[in-house]
Design a protein around this ligand. Sequence first.
Ligand code: RP5
Length: 180
Amino acid sequence: MRKLSSPTSPKKTVAKSSSTAVVSIIMGSQSDWPVMQAASALLKSFAVAHEVKIVSAHRTPKRLVEFADKAAGRGIRIIIAGAGGAAHLPGMTAALTHLPVLGVPVPSTVLGGVDALHSIVQMPRGIPVATFAIGEHGAANAALHAISILALSDAALSKKLRAFREKQTSSVPLSPKASA
Ligand code: RP5
């Protein structure tokens, strides 16, 4: 069986953190990376060890089965799965593993990600996928959600998350500045 490959652009992140990864970011295509890099960047800023891989439900189904079968045994605790169009990756991953799957709809077709959103969110009862907003904001929020799950059993991460939220809150001004 072919080894799991990684997207070409995030090699640095993968090389640095994949050995102890607790979060796996998977995506259906290299073309999803510009959106999904927001999840990787967020995890990196919290020093959460993660890996990044291309796993396509349609083009590499055997890779998907191998990935999902082995993820928990490799120490992965949460999977963030991004896909566009028919977007079966998050749902099929959730069908193959008991790990929490966070789904990110990628706006990669003429339907602008609404197709992927509907596909990812409409899971049958019994196989949940936590579904996030379309695009980069959804990818970033999926990472933050993964961090809050991990923070439940990691006091240092919980402290960092609370500091992040407090900084975010204090950065919002009470009144808008006059426009130029
Ligand atoms: C989906 O099809 C991928 O997740 C991607 O969003 C979309 C287009 O893929 P490419 O044709 O760019 O490889 O499976």
